[in-house]
Design a protein around this ligand. Sequence first.
Ligand SMILES: [Zn+2]
Length: 404
Amino acid sequence: MRLEFKYEKEIEGTANARSRKQKQYRKIVSFLYDNGNASIAEIVKFSKISQPLVASLVEDLLVFGILLDNGVGESIGGRRPNIFCINPEYQFVVGIDINLHTLTIALFDLSNKLVSRVEYKNFDLENSLGYADELVNKINDLLRKKKVPATKVLAMGVSIPGLIDAKNGISFTHLTFHKDGLAVFLSAKLGFSVVLDNDARMMALGEKAFGKAKGKKDVLCLNLSNGIGLGIILNGKLYSGKNGFAGEFGHILIDPDGDLCYCGKIGCLETLTSGTILVRKIREAVDNGQPSLLSKYKGEGKKIDLRAVVDAIIKGDQFAIDQLNKMSEYLGRGLVTLIHLLNPEMIIFGGRLAHTGKYIVDPVNMVLNKYAMDRISSETEVVCSDLLDDAALMGTLSNVMKDI
Ligand SMILES: [Zn+2]
């Protein structure tokens, strides 16, 4: 699918002339998107387009309303030049992060500013039309509240777990009910373009554009929540593989005699180390009388979930920390393989478990020290994300803007 700004739909002339004009406009708009603001002279220098043509293109873009004249800037000798920037409210980008139990919807303006963010906890992901309709209602609610009509939405980026064909906007794991795929379904309901991709890859894009992977070339981003996802940045670019399925790190074989995984295979990494397994182990132990800060949940008749486990770890709950340590052994062993294969400069932990910070980074580092070849692993820094729960959301913005 081709994403276009509103003004691009109004460019006149033959197909060739339109395409040439569009390219020239985009050069200017994307330069201003990356740099914030610039003078005509700076745009000429970057775009290698002649000064009179840049002046006329900028004039057009001002008339379209996508650029703003920001007044006069610093002089470098002579008259002070006018400075131009993108009109942040020309159009907006919607980003949604679909998780198994939580839904987050965000509205961004064209200066990457988060205009609004709504989080729905306990909104369990179901493969049903009812869920999708509710999703559409929630998005429309936000747009109505912020007085943004569908025509003012450039596109929506979606982050969703599971196997995704990003090119054709098809989700194979969740919300699979529509024959033309999820992106076509949502786009028809909402009235604007929709691009979607896997949550771990969206996290990686978010980290690359706005987080710790900024300016780095070879980075692995792990989504450590209920499952384990992996977004791979190689040579500065998101790596997706032939069909867009690269990064199914959670389903590499670790224990041939192990448990059945929900994917149908036996002994996947996710059957040994994931938020789901951690919660299950802790629940069972607490039910059997294991002393823990989480015991109070039993008394209150509440269910222990991943959020509660992470809170207990941060508060220093010895039993929960011990369980996380045990799981980190398998995670670390899996990472050793990735480090030996890919020689990344950084591994970023994201997702719910990344909130535990040193409690997950330290034991993983110990495993790396034990099993990885020092010359390779000593070049790899293991860190937790700064963006945390918003990494995938920021990635949806980056995913839309990279197409523009
Ligand atoms: Zn599996």
